[in-house]
Design a protein around this ligand. Sequence first.
Ligand code: AHR
Length: 325
Amino acid sequence: MKRKLLGLGLCVAMVMSMFAGCSKDAAETSAGGDKLVVGFAQIGQESGWRDAETASIQFYAGQNLDTIELKFADAQQKQENQIKAIKSFIEMKVDVIGLAPVVETGWDAVFTEAKEAGIPIVLVDRMADVGDDLYSTFIGSDFILEGKNAADEMATLLGGSGKIVELEGTVGASAANDRKTGFDDQIAAQYPDIQILESQTGDFTRSKGKEVMESFLKTYGDEIKGVYAHNDDMMLGAIEAIKEAGFKPGVDIKAVSIDGVKGIFEAMAAGEANVTIECNPLLGPQFFDACAKLKAGEKVDKWIKSDEGIYRQDTAATDLPTRKY
Ligand code: AHR
């Protein structure tokens, strides 16, 4: 509900007013003060994972108000809003720009503007398809490996054979492209008796995940023995659809997804999901550490990789209280 209210027509006005309110401020700070001034162009609020990433970044900045000034923009899942945000950050003369790119392509022009203004770009959690010279570092996961691990887990659950469906993330997002490549390639190479009946986007949201799973169930019914979702939110939607269609998720239809949010641990503990491949959204500390180093002219690794695990149903109940997001 909250997401819907903030959506559509309101988004551009909201993003722009955020900038109108803080641009003068930021220019003065970055021109005069010693604070690290960072602009962060977030994708939106499409999933629990995304909310956890936003909270991690805002919490870290909030804990370090004496040294960090964060300019935060929510692009409501639109690339045009992220581009507007980056242009505003350039005008504000921030020290570093952080971006979780909603899609991979279409960034060359605005990244070039940032480069010409001498402002480094830090890519957070998703990659952009640009030359190495246009960004300073990428902080995040190996999405291809996540997809490959998901394929191995699905194959184990199915005993090596069965028909499955796939719920993809946002069209054009690196997280969706790579999780699909990693999974589909591993199935094709290692598990010839597993057939992907159909693969469609659920846009990383619970509501779309449910909607697409409903249509898969109408078409294929009890042929479906497994569902792979590029994130947990879509899987949580799919689980609702499976139950409404009269099947048992996690039993009749095996469920493997990516992220590791609390909701999927609850579903696994209830026996309704089987495996989640962790993808860490708590990137605030690493992000600001990289920004501070870049401001100081220090070298940072081109890819700062996240450490992640694989979690299964048998330990979900004991893992649940330890989950941070
Ligand atoms: O880019 C990371 C992905 O984006 C997460 O897996 C998903 O939940 C989010 O929306």
